[in-house]
Design a protein around this ligand. Structure first.
Ligand SMILES: NC(=O)c1ccc[n+]([C@@H]2O[C@H](COP(=O)([O-])OP(=O)(O)OC[C@H]3O[C@@H](n4cnc5c(N)ncnc54)[C@H](O)[C@@H]3O)[C@@H](O)[C@H]2O)c1
Length: 248
């Protein structure tokens, strides 16, 4: 496929590497900050491509989307920070008959982890002997906690195991309640991201764990998503892609 990369920062460069490895051609790198071949998207440029992968920043996002919609080109968006405008963007894309897929986590491995976690939570749902909890570890530069991945992990546990009704992120100065799911964050060192789910009973512990080694997984998932998007019309989330891909 002939692809355009919007946002040629850390993620954009990884997307280019994966595109080339998978036999695609990158015909343009568009970056507002000047690190690509173009600073602005245009209909003329978009008309030469079969797909776009965007990992940029939220500023200027709507303008990019207007052009994607206008061009009717399949676009995969990893850019975050615009979800409060999701409704507007969705109607803009649908109105023009475009094809758009977004997600805050494109890592295929993370989605396998979410699926295994939800299934594990379902399996212990009616066995109160098993408790369930989550820990996550990230490098000392990370500015937020818990991670978005930890929150999604917690949501999938609440879905799979209804006797857990709420997540508890804080330090506890009391006993945890049975219906609470503890999600604890540790910060330090250089860890790209470790998420662990523990299913613990008096007899044993089962662990489901995901350790990211690099950001390559996000780029690979985004490129696989733009391949999947070919021939489809509509406004999709990464979950639609993952469910279809893994036949869930
Ligand atoms: N969905 C995922 O799986 C996933 C994974 C990692 C990062 N992200 C998100 O991807 C985005 C980029 O992350 P990064 O680490 O590559 O950031 P970065 O700062 O290294 O790169 C962003 C680049 O986008 C350019 N840019 C900003 N606004 C633009 C616009 N409107 N049009 C074109 N270019 C624009 C900047 O000049 C910069 O070069 C962030 O929103 C981040 O949260 C998503």
């Amino acid at each position: 496929m002939n692809l355009i990369i919007t946002g040629y920062g850390r993620m954009g460069r990884l997307v280019e590497k994966i595109c080339l490895e998978r036999g695609h051609k990158v015909i343009a790198r568009v970056d507002k900050g000047g690190s690509g071949d173009y600073t602005d998207l245009s209909l003329e440029l978009l008309s030469q491509a079969e797909g776009v992968v965007e990992f940029a920043l939220a500023e200027g996002f709507e303008e990019n989307c207007r052009l994607y919609g206008e061009a009717g080109i399949p676009v995969v968006v990893g850019t975050t920070g615009w979800y409060d405008k999701k409704e507007e963007i969705a109607s803009l894309i649908k109105e023009k008959g475009g094809s758009f897929l977004y997600g805050s986590n494109f890592s295929i491995g993370a989605h396998i982890f979410f699926t295994l976690t939800e299934r594990a939570a379902e399996l212990i749902a009616d066995i109160p002997d098993y408790d369930i909890m989550v820990t996550e570890y990230h490098h000392k530069m990370k500015k937020d906690s818990p991670s978005g991945t930890a929150i999604t992990t917690g949501e999938r546990i609440l879905k799979g195991c209804p006797r857990k009704t709420k997540m508890q992120f804080d330090k506890l100065d009391r006993q945890i309640e049975d219906e609470e799911l503890h999600v604890a964050s540790v910060r330090g060192g250089h860890i790209p991201g470790i998420h662990r789910v523990y299913l613990d009973s008096p007899a044993d512990t089962i662990e489901v764990s995901h350790s990211a080694r690099s950001r390559d997984g996000f780029a690979l998932g985004a490129v696989m998503a733009v391949e999947w998007l070919q021939g489809k019309k509509g406004f999709f989330s990464v979950d639609d892609f993952v469910k279809d891909f893994f036949k869930l």
